[in-house]
Design a protein around this ligand. Structure first.
Ligand SMILES: NC(=O)c1ccc[n+]([C@@H]2O[C@H](COP(=O)([O-])OP(=O)(O)OC[C@H]3O[C@@H](n4cnc5c(N)ncnc54)[C@H](OP(=O)(O)O)[C@@H]3O)[C@@H](O)[C@H]2O)c1
Length: 342
């Protein structure tokens, strides 16, 4: 067996504020031959997700930080290219959280085999993967949208926000999306079917949002924080539900800036009996089979649409990741790592 080379992107330095491409570096590492019970995996696709920004900081969180020098964390779809494991055959496709790398050796721990439901296969990283389950479970378990209610979500063209809006409509609610720029707003309105879409980059954003929500907001699926949260807060109705899922506007900010806004938020939570409930998707991992059945059926019926934004080559992952934090992605951001996928 010839020796395989693994290219991998490691954390070179902890970012100060917004990450820079020099905060990571590409390394090449020879892999030893696989042993009994092991497989050699070749990465086909790497998912880039906002949570990875948190792993770059040395802060207490729900998961430990990536060590400096460690491989950047991330979920991949990989092909088994060699196997001495009875449970995995050459040619099978698997998904797992193996990081930003081209090849790796695994004993199969934590890998999920991908069957024909994942069509195209990249859906395993987006609408039928972790982001999709986040939208599905967070909205249905915490947001609990009722027919006629108003559901608001930002990052409305991304994998989480787009599915939140579409499920809200399936459940009979009115979906108001927030997105950055005219192209994303047009897509959310015309293709995803949001009832109204507001551009958060507009100088009249807060007024536009108020006008689009004449009956207030019953469910606000929080993905961004920052100025969007400031505009949403006055519009929340009594007993509104706020699944608190992400705060991407704050990810590059020093924590003191976020703390300044806390007292006003807490007053509103108290005086309007709001339910603000944080969650991490792994809490709902048990719902994966139902989620897969239901969302797959909605896709097949044309009731759910999704969009992917493809970047080619592992070396281009850092710039794409940094761009996502600034809203430069348009749809689920996926890196085609294997030359054959380009
Ligand atoms: N709790 C969990 O378990 C969990 C799981 C998955 C994801 N999440 C969170 O869900 C959120 C969305 O994730 P995703 O994968 O669907 O990302 P995404 O939508 O593909 O990408 C992030 C988007 O956020 C928007 N954005 C960035 N900065 C913003 C700002 N200052 N104000 C308003 N919008 C801003 C941009 O869209 P626009 O150009 O439209 O503004 C950007 O494209 C993230 O906060 C993520 O951390 C949480």
């Amino acid at each position: 067996m010839s020796e395989a080379i693994s290219e991998r992107i490691v954390l070179a330095a902890r970012p100060q504020g917004a990450p820079r491409v020099t905060d990571v570096r590409l390394e090449r590492l020879p892999l030893s031959a696989i042993g009994d019970g092991e497989i050699l995996l070749q990465t086909r696709y790497l998912s880039l997700d906002p949570y990875m920004r948190g792993r770059m900081d040395d802060r207490k969180s729900y998961s430990p930080p990536t060590p400096v020098g460690g491989v950047m964390e991330g979920e991949i779809i990989a092909r088994v290219v060699q196997s001495r494991h009875p449970g995995f055959a050459v040619g099978e496709n698997v998904a797992g959280r193996l990081g930003w790398l081209t090849h790796t050796i695994s004993d199969g721990t934590g890998l999920t085999k991908l069957d024909g439901r994942f069509e195209p296969i990249t859906t395993a990283l987006g609408v039928l993967g972790m982001p999709g389950l986040t939208a599905y479970a967070g909205l249905l378990e915490i947001g609990k949208p009722q027919p006629g209610e108003t559901v608001v979500v930002a990052a409305a063209t991304g994998p989480v926000g787009s599915l939140v809006g579409q499920i809200a409509r399936i459940k009979g609610a009115r979906a108001v999306g927030i997105a950055g720029g005219p192209d994303k707003c047009a897509y959310a309105l015309d293709t995803l079917g949001f009832d109204a879409v507001i551009d958060h980059r507009s100088p009249t954003f807060a007024d536009d949002l108020a006008a689009a929500c004449p009956n207030g907001i019953d469910v606000y699926f929080e993905l961004v924080g920052g100025a969007v949260w400031q505009a949403v807060l006055p519009l929340l109705n009594e007993f509104a539900r706020v699944p608190l899922c992400g705060l991407i506007a704050e990810y590059n900010a020093p924590s003191a800036a976020a703390a300044d806004r806390l007292p006003a938020t807490m007053r509103a939570v108290l005086s309007r009996s709001l339910t603000l409930r944080g969650f991490i998707v792994r809490e709902f991992w048990g719902q994966r089979p139902t989620f897969l059945d239901e969302v797959r059926a909605w896709i097949d019926e044309g009731r759910v649409r999704f969009r992917e934004d493809n970047v080619h080559g592992l070396a281009n992952a850092p710039a794409a990741f940094i761009g996502m934090l600034e809203g430069k992605n348009f749809g689920k951001l996926i890196v085609a790592v294997d030359d054959a996928e380009r």
